[in-house]
Design a protein around this ligand. Structure first.
Ligand SMILES: Cc1cc2nc3c(=O)[nH]c(=O)nc-3n(C[C@H](O)[C@H](O)[C@H](O)COP(=O)(O)OP(=O)(O)OC[C@H]3O[C@@H](n4cnc5c(N)ncnc54)[C@H](O)[C@@H]3O)c2cc1C
Length: 405
């Protein structure tokens, strides 16, 4: 005999509790919608807690020597985030911790004149400042440092604190979901979630289902038998180095390529500092065995910071994938993405593509709701059988197996 089904009606059901899902929950609830979010692990699992926390205006995409679509479309993002941090934006981020109010960019040799000329050009005025020696951060006050240094308007956020601030206002609307006991099904031109936990099945009907599960969107699209839009995954292998040099550095090292050779963010781990290394190192090292990549990173730091002692440092790597809407030739998308699943106008799939672009994703959701004339309608609450979820995923450097090399 089949179980009785309790039908619950909400306005918006979001699946995935990374920065994207949490931001969209805030935007939707702030606008008066009855929105709820379902997360299968901990908040921010996968990409968000693994990110470097850079809220950037795209200058790193100008290293080819020209403004690209990507660099133009995100130029306004740092200002948007700062407004939110001051409590005057579309999402209230007061209380989220800023790790650094700016990001540096340095060229390691004098030979990258094309890039340095461009960085100093009119096109980037207001986004990049060339620094005089006296204004260098302490780590570069060394005679062995020969490069040029720039300061960007970008900032760096402490990601776990950001997730906590996004979670808090609507904590009673964030629920754990176990897909062993639940199903996502097509219904009319949208999707429903059916949960079979307990003695009764609950069917969550929504005016709009938002798939915001990062790389998990791939599986959700499969459950709904949706082929478009498709997802692409770009693999990376970040390197972590734990040391006692108390330099909190947030910087791109520019080589001769159009991408940063190395991107460094800094994080506290008790008495240690962890430098978290991304950029070309992580992209090109994605398929390398960890030991080889660590060796490459060690040589890189020894070359770039020859005046620091790395013998006591400990190392680890993190393989991770960036989830994005599929692009021709695996190119990086320029903007956040939100679109209807093929044939389902009441179910959308969303990828911010970058932490920085999450506000942009919020605007795309609000535009979609307006276009489809979806207005706040339902008052149902999620039944008490669903567990609220407030756990934030640990950062990658909290549990690695550190190695000395
Ligand atoms: C190493 C690295 C560094 C980065 N650094 C930066 C940076 O400095 N600046 C920047 O702008 N961008 C950066 N990014 C990109 C940025 O982190 C991502 O674009 C952003 O975090 C994606 O957020 P998301 O919420 O879409 O996905 P995720 O953070 O991946 O979150 C997805 C969530 O959905 C949940 N989920 C998955 N499947 C399901 C399911 N079936 N049901 C329920 N829940 C599910 C997961 O558990 C997770 O909590 C970086 C990315 C990486 C990988």
């Amino acid at each position: 005999m089949s179980q009785p089904v309790q039908d619950i009606h909400v306005d918006i059901a979001i699946i995935g509790g990374g920065v994207a899902g949490l931001w969209l929950l805030n935007r939707a609830c702030n606008a008066g919608y009855n929105a709820v979010l379902f997360e299968q692990q901990a908040l921010g699992t996968d990409q968000t807690v693994a990110s470097q926390g850079m809220i950037h205006g795209g200058v790193k995409y100008t290293l080819g020597g020209a403004l690209s679509g990507a660099s133009e479309s995100i130029a306004d993002m740092p200002a948007h985030w700062r407004l939110c941090m001051s409590g005057k934006g579309d999402v209230d981020l007061r209380g989220a911790r800023i790790l650094s109010d700016h990001f540096y960019m340095w060229s390691s040799q004098g030979t990258v004149s094309k890039i340095t000329t461009f960085l100093a050009s009119k096109a980037l005025r207001g986004r990049v400042d060339a620094l005089k020696k006296n204004d260098y951060p302490p780590i570069f006050h060394n005679a062995a440092f020969k490069g040029s240094l720039y300061k960007l308007v970008d900032m760096v956020l402490d990601v776990p604190s950001l997730l906590d601030i996004l979670r808090k206002p609507y904590a009673d609307r964030i629920f754990a979901i176990d897909w062993q006991q639940s199903q996502l099904q097509k219904k009319d031109s949208g999707a429903t979630i059916i949960s079979n936990a307990g003695n009764e099945s609950v069917r969550i009907n929504s005016q709009l289902t938002v798939l915001a599960a990062g790389k998990g969107n791939g599986e959700l699209l499969q459950k709904l038998d949706v082929k478009k839009p498709a997802m692409q995954l770009r693999p990376l292998q970040q390197v972590m180095v734990r040391h006692r040099h108390h330099h909190a550095l947030y910087a791109h090292c520019v080589g001769t390529d159009s991408k940063p050779r190395l991107t460094i963010s800094s994080h506290r781990d008790g008495e240690y500092t962890v430098w978290y290394l991304g950029g070309q190192l992580a992209e090109e090292g994605a398929s390398l065995p960890p030991d080889i990549l660590i060796e490459r990173a060690r040589k890189e730091l020894q070359t770039l910071f020859s005046w620091l002692d790395w013998t006591e440092a400990e190392w680890a790597t993190l393989p991770v994938e960036r989830a994005e809407p599929a692009q021709p030739g695996m190119l990086r998308p320029d903007n956040a993405w939100l679109s209807a699943c093929e044939g389902l106008t009441h179910c959308v799939v969303a990828w911010p593509t970058k932490l920085t672009l999450v506000p942009n994703l919020g605007n795309l959701l609000m535009d979609y709701l307006t276009q489809r004339t979806i207005v706040p309608l339902h008052n149902d609450k999620i039944p008490s059988g669903f567990l609220q979820l407030d756990t934030i995923a640990p950062t990658p450097w909290q549990h690695p197996e550190w190695k000395k090399v």
